[in-house]
Design a protein around this ligand. Sequence first.
Ligand code: FES
Length: 174
Amino acid sequence: MQTEILTPEIKTKADKIVANYEQRRAALLPVLHLVQESYGFISEKAEMEVAAYIGIPPVDIKEEITFYTLYRSKPCAKHEFNVCRTLSCSLRGQEEIVAHLENKLGIKVGERTTDGQFALNEVECLGACEMAPMMQLGHEYIGLLTKEKIDQILKTYGDGSFCESGDGSFWDRP
Ligand code: FES
């Protein structure tokens, strides 16, 4: 079968992943990661090709992608705000933080700005509850969020300095 998403290079990598497992299906999640790393997201075409490659129904792929927030079914924005919505963060003002981001970015949760620069998502506990309310932005965990801190982050992004340095300067612990 001719495949567009699973190029020979990607297939070679996928074959190596599959070889690590007794059951082909057990390689599904890492193969999906491979596709996402290659394209930035998992398109419907990719879902079909991976399903055929692994040998499972496409609906099984859809279930995995919609269950795990790590997988994206749409092209990602340059900067993704992933705000934790689980209990500790929720109790410490996550809703207010999300509302402020929605207001500042002009988008709702699950959307991205028309210029593709920013996206806003809510995610489950990121394992940094002591920093609540917190979010992940790129590779950074940013905690003890306040509206003022959000404004500072957005301002810094305007300068482009934060994403270039990625120095974790907003990483705060109590
Ligand atoms: S509840 Fe938000 S990081 Fe755990």
